[in-house]
Design a protein around this ligand. Sequence first.
Ligand code: BG6
Ligand code: MG
Length: 218
Amino acid sequence: AIQACLFDLDGVIVDTAKYHYIAWRELAQDLGFDLTPEQNELLKGISRMESLDIILAIGHVTLSEEEKIARATIKNARYLELCQQMKPEDALPGVRAFLDELQADAIRIGLGSASKNARLILQGLDMLDYFETIVDGNRITKGKPDPEVFLLGARDLNAEPAATVVFEDAVAGVQAAKAGGMLAVGIGERTVLTVADIVIPGFENFSLTDLRSQLGLI
Ligand code: BG6
Ligand code: MG
């Protein structure tokens, strides 16, 4: 039986990738190069400072540690400014209904995100109350694909990893779930999320019954 469900935030509950992209692109352009949407894909699920390193490598730019922190701080301020437009109706289609179903079935719910802004974003969506535990970028020492984020989440919820389902849109996130011995539901495309147990396009028209049957749990 499913004891707990752990959700990634960005790209699973809300589409913040578009705001991350705008803010990272401005940083790149400020340094004299551009960032394509394809390059932005590489940053999904990756921590802020690791993302910055990837972007600097793309632009063949080297910065001092202090300058990196300064640039990342500016990027985050811009990201949060963009996120201020976010409203409860910006939660991705079907997510709320799915969380309601889990609650009604007494399945425990947690968040497992690389973001240090997770609480703020959930607050903007008015969704904080759904999550019994929030494991975010402020708490973890190793980023995805390391399983730490999800293992901490399962432990907080008293769930066995094998009875925990992780919902993830990033390759690194699906890898983290599998490395933790959990069931992984990819949100996106099978060709990208190759190690997920099942892949769905999103939560629209996706019920707890669908989850159980697609995972072969009925
Ligand atoms: C992940 C996003 O959820 O969080 C990444 O997919 C982002 O794109 C990472 O870099 C860290 O987020 P933040 O909000 O701490 O900069
Ligand atoms: Mg994500």
